[in-house]
Design a protein around this ligand. Structure first.
Ligand SMILES: Nc1ncnc2c1ncn2[C@@H]1O[C@H](COP(=O)(O)OP(=O)(O)OP(=O)(O)O)[C@@H](O)[C@H]1O
Ligand SMILES: [Mg+2]
Length: 404
């Protein structure tokens, strides 16, 4: 029997996870709340850096803790994605816009913010409200140059709604870290605040990969000392199970235990893959129960998705080229958890033709930034788990279509 409507999928492959579906990460959350949020609530400014590879869950952790801090710790959350920012003025614009959009969980705060910044707010539209971008851009340099006074003003304006401090997230910093001014900007905020007779209770949180943090430090060494670095790694099987159970239960779907094993095994602790696999299973399911077969099909669909969405076209094509395909499949079978391999281990399983091409294959993979050399001679490491998973899923798919 055909189902008429499936309702809303509880999976969000491309977005930070909604608070009610957030799973796991107890240790990181605890650390951020105790060492960050509570310290700031008590009046002491803190700077944190959420560090982890692409798609590992940095923004979700930032969003989740910001929500907690807003509801339970008197902090006002400002979430500024800096994806398209290249200059400090761009940061000013992003923070100003983020402030305009802040306070969503408490209508009183939204109202106060909108009244204060009314000159930037345009008409109500289908998607909330429009923003007078020109005015906003004009004032952005003032906000950037006076970030602390601006944030102090936020607290001042909101203090009768219970706000005593600010939790500002600067996310997606990849574009801006190349600019040396960014390092000085961050250090400047921290230092000026610390020296002030009445410091602003400010939790400043940056989210990015480790390389970006190192880049910021390269431009201005003392930045090294200001951040409490929170490492985000892959999820444990328990965390993944917790997530799948929560997500499927929210749409009254049950997951059979052998199906759960497949979902968690193939997600390999990677939240982005978890959502892709889960979403595929959600749409495949016809009877409110995720069986092992549903889960298996979902993994195959997710493999394609990962490849199409996340593996750069150039890499994708190279990975698919006939010449290197068989070599790659052999490496892929070593399993998604092994992010490294030894040349000698691979060679033993290669045919003579493959052996001759192996060197060029490795060079090509290095130039495409799929692989890099390890510390030990003859060792190679995958740069991105996403790519590693993709080729692994891809090799599974090849196997299964052959045996069908
Ligand atoms: N704790 C969690 N529980 C459930 N889903 C999560 C969790 N953390 C992340 N996700 C999901 O995983 C995916 C990646 O998460 P998120 O966008 O937070 O990662 P990120 O590290 O910020 O990624 P990027 O490097 O692309 O900015 C999203 O689909 C998100 O919904
Ligand atoms: Mg993110």
């Amino acid at each position: 029997m055909l189902q008429t409507s499936k309702g809303k999928s509880p999976f969000y492959p491309g977005q930070p996870v909604p608070i009610e579906l957030f799973a796991g990460r107890d240790q990181q959350i605890h650390h951020i709340i105790e060492r960050g949020v509570r310290q700031v609530e008590a009046g002491k400014p803190v700077a944190m850096y959420i560090q982890g590879e692409y798609g590992i869950g940095k923004s979700s952790i930032a969003g989740f803790t910001q929500g907690l801090a807003e509801r339970e710790h008197h902090l006002h959350g400002i979430y500024a994605p800096l994806g398209s920012a290249e200059s400090l003025d761009d940061i000013g614009a992003a923070v100003l816009e983020a402030t305009l959009r802040s306070g969503a969980f408490d209508p009183k705060r939204t109202e106060k913010v909108r009244d204060w910044l009314a000159k930037y707010v345009g008409d109500q539209s289908l998607f909330g409200f429009t923003i007078h971008t020109e005015d906003l851009k004009k004032d952005a340099p003032t906000v950037a140059a006076g970030m602390l006074p601006f944030l102090k003003e936020v607290v001042e304006r909101l203090k009768d709604t219970g706000v005593t401090g600010v939790f500002m997230v600067l996310d997606e910093i990849n574009g801006i870290t190349t600019n040396p001014k960014f390092s000085h900007f961050i250090k400047g905020i921290v230092d000026t605040n610390a020296m002030s007779s009445k410091p602003l209770p400010l939790l400043m949180m940056l989210c990015g990969v480790e390389e970006r943090r190192r880049e910021v430090i390269t431009h201005h060494q003392p930045v090294d000392r200001i951040f409490d670095v929170i490492d985000v790694k892959t999820m444990s099987p328990d965390e993944m199970r917790d997530f799948f159970n929560k997500a499927f239960a929210s749409v009254q779907v049950r997951v059979e235990s052998d199906a759960m094993d497949l979902l968690t095994e193939y997600s390999a602790g990677f939240p982005k893959i978890m959502h892709l696999v889960g979403d595929a299973a959600f749409w495949l399911d016809q009877d409110g129960v995720i069986s092992r077969e549903d889960a298996f099909q979902a993994v195959l669909i997710a493999a394609e998705e990962v490849g199409k969405k996340y593996v750069d076209q150039q890499v994708y094509k190279a990975l698919r080229s006939a010449d290197y395909h068989s070599i790659l499949a052999k490496i892929a079978k070593m399993g998604p958890d092994s992010m490294s391999f030894r040349k000698s281990d691979v060679v033993t399983g290669l045919t003579e033709t493959e052996k001759r091409k192996f060197h060029n294959f490795l060079q090509k993979m290095k130039s495409l930034k799929v692989l890099r050399s390890g510390d030990v001679q003859g060792e190679y490491l995958f740069n991105m788990r996403m790519v590693r998973l993709y080729i692994w899923l891809q090799s599974l798919q090849k196997n299964s279509s052959r045996t069908r």
